[in-house]
Design a protein around this ligand. Structure first.
Ligand code: BGC
Length: 409
C-alpha cells in the first residue's frame, strides 16, 4: 500500500512540486509514459489521409480529440443546398439560370478541409469522382464551366445549374494555411472580374468566410457559409451571413483536457465522459460525441447554425452545461500548444473554452502559440518536458507527430 502511494506520487511529481534545479525526477523515459492528447489535427498522412497509428498509440494514455469531419462536412453542404432551395426566387442575382458559388479552401493537406470541400461539392452536385471519392482539389477559375476538377451540378427539384465559379487554397506567401486575409483578397479579385455571377460563397471555415463577407459579400447581399460557429460569424447571421456549423468546440475543449485528467488520476478514460464523474459531469455518446477505439479518437458531433437557431449559439465560448461542474482532484501541470496563435477558431473559440475547462478540471495549463508555419517554432518551447505531467498537441502539419514524440523519448 505504502509503496503504491509513493510510486503514484512520483509519477505526478514532474508538476508544480518539482524544483527548478537538478533533482529532476522526470527521466526521459518517464516523459514517454505521460498522458498525451493530440487535438484538432489528427496524426495522419496529409496526402493519403491514412492515420498515423504509431502516434495515436504513443503510450497507453494517448488519444486524439477532434470532431466528426465527414458528418460536419455533409451538414455544411446540406445547409447550403437547403438555403438555395428556400431562396430560389431571389438567389440568382443576375437571372442567368446559373447559381454560381466560390469556395475558399483552408489547407489541401488537412482532413477537415478536404472533407468540407467534398461535402459542399457533393450536396451541390458539382463533385467529380477521382479514385473512388470526390476530388477535393482547388479548381482555380471555372466561370465558363469547363473545369475537369468540378462539373456543373443540380439540386433536386430546382431548375438551376449550380456552378463552382472558382476555388483556391487560402495560403499566404509565408505558408500559413486557412488564411483569412488571403481569402479577403481572393474575393476582391473574383468579384472584380465576375462579381455579378457570384450568388453564394462557401468557405471551409468562418475565419476565411467572415473575411470574404466583410470585404464584399455583406454589402452585395451574397449569403456566405462557413464552419466553426465563431461568435462573430454567428452574430453576422443577423446581417446576412448564411450559416455556419458548430463543431461543438465546448465538448472538444473539455475532452482534450478530460482525457488527460483521467489518465493523471488513474481512472477509467470514460469518467466524466460516457459515465458521470463524482461531480456529475457526463456527456451523451452518439449525441455529443463518438469514440472510435481502434483510432483512439474522440469525435465531437456537429450542429448546423442558421437563421432559425443562431440565437442559441451567440456565445461560442460558453461552457456546456452537462460538463460544467468543478472536479475535486489535485492540480497537475499540462503543456499545450496551438499551432497558429492567429487561427480564428483556435484562438477565439477553442482556447477561451480550454481556459474555462482547465479551471474546472484543476489543470495548470501552459499555453504555447505557434506561428502556423513551422513545427520548430513550437517544439523549441518544449525544452524541458520533465516539468509537465501531461501534453496536449496541435501540430502544424498532421504528418509531423514525431517532431513532438521524439522530445518525449
Ligand atoms: C477548423 C478551422 C481551423 C483548423 C485548424 C479546423 O478544424 O475548423 O477553422 O483553422 O481546424 O487546424
Amino acid at each position: 500500500m505504502t509503496s503504491a502511494v509513493v510510486a503514484l506520487s512520483l509519477v505526478g511529481c514532474g508538476g508544480g512540486s518539482s524544483t527548478a534545479d537538478g533533482g529532476n525526477s522526470g527521466s526521459s523515459s518517464e516523459n514517454a509514459s505521460k498522458p498525451l492528447v493530440w487535438y484538432n489535427r489528427q496524426p495522419s498522412n496529409s496526402t493519403t489521409g491514412e492515420l498515423d497509428k504509431e502516434a495515436l498509440n504513443f503510450n497507453k494514455d494517448t488519444y486524439y480529440v477532434g470532431f466528426d469531419a465527414n458528418q460536419g462536412a455533409e451538414l455544411q453542404g446540406q445547409m447550403v443546398a437547403d438555403y438555395i432551395a428556400a431562396h430560389k426566387d431571389v438567389i440568382d442575382r443576375n437571372g442567368d439560370g446559373v447559381i454560381g458559388y466560390v469556395l475558399a479552401i483552408g489547407d489541401v493537406g488537412h482532413n477537415d478541409s478536404i472533407a468540407r470541400t467534398r461535402g459542399a461539392r457533393k450536396a451541390l452536385g458539382t463533385g467529380v469522382e477521382k479514385d473512388g471519392d470526390i476530388d477535393p482539389s482547388p479548381a482555380g477559375t471555372n466561370t465558363d464551366g469547363s473545369s475537369s476538377i468540378v462539373k456543373d451540378g443540380k439540386i433536386d427539384g430546382l431548375d438551376f445549374t449550380i456552378r463552382e465559379l472558382a476555388s483556391q487554397e487560402m495560403k499566404n506567401s509565408a505558408g500559413a494555411t486557412w488564411d483569412a486575409a488571403t481569402a479577403g483578397n481572393a474575393i476582391g479579385t473574383w468579384s472584380a472580374s465576375f462579381g455579378d455571377q457570384i450568388d453564394v460563397i462557401v468557405s471551409n471555415n468562418d475565419g476565411m468566410g467572415m473575411s470574404m463577407f466583410t470585404a464584399w459579400a455583406k454589402e452585395n447581399k451574397v449569403p456566405t457559409f462557413g464552419y466553426d460557429a465563431n461568435s462573430d460569424a454567428v452574430a453576422a447571421i443577423a446581417e446576412g451571413y448564411g450559416g455556419t456549423i458548430s463543431q461543438h468546440a465546448d465538448v472538444q475543449a473539455y475532452l482534450t483536457l478530460r482525457v488527460l485528467r483521467n489518465a493523471l488520476d488513474g481512472v477509467d478514460v470514460n469518467t466524466g465522459i460516457a459515465t458521470a464523474d463524482e461531480a456529475g459531469n457526463v456527456l451523451e455518446e452518439g449525441v455529443d460525441y463518438e469514440y472510435n477505439e481502434e483510432d483512439r479518437s474522440f469525435y465531437a458531433l456537429n450542429l448546423a447554425v442558421t437563421a432559425e437557431n443562431y440565437t442559441d449559439f451567440m456565445d461560442a465560448t460558453k461552457v456546456y452545461e452537462p460538463i460544467s461542474k468543478e472536479v475535486n482532484s489535485e492540480t497537475k501541470k499540462v503543456w499545450l500548444n496551438i499551432y497558429n496563435a492567429s487561427d480564428n477558431f483556435l484562438s477565439s473559440t477553442y482556447q477561451p473554452l480550454l481556459e474555462k475547462y482547465d479551471d474546472l478540471l484543476k489543470l495548470d495549463v501552459e499555453y504555447i502559440g505557434g506561428d502556423g508555419q513551422t513545427e520548430s517554432n513550437i517544439t523549441n518551447r518544449l525544452g524541458n518536458p520533465s516539468q509537465y505531467d501531461a501534453f496536449a498537441i496541435n501540430m502544424v502539419k498532421t504528418d509531423n507527430a514525431t517532431s513532438y514524440t521524439s522530445l518525449l523519448k
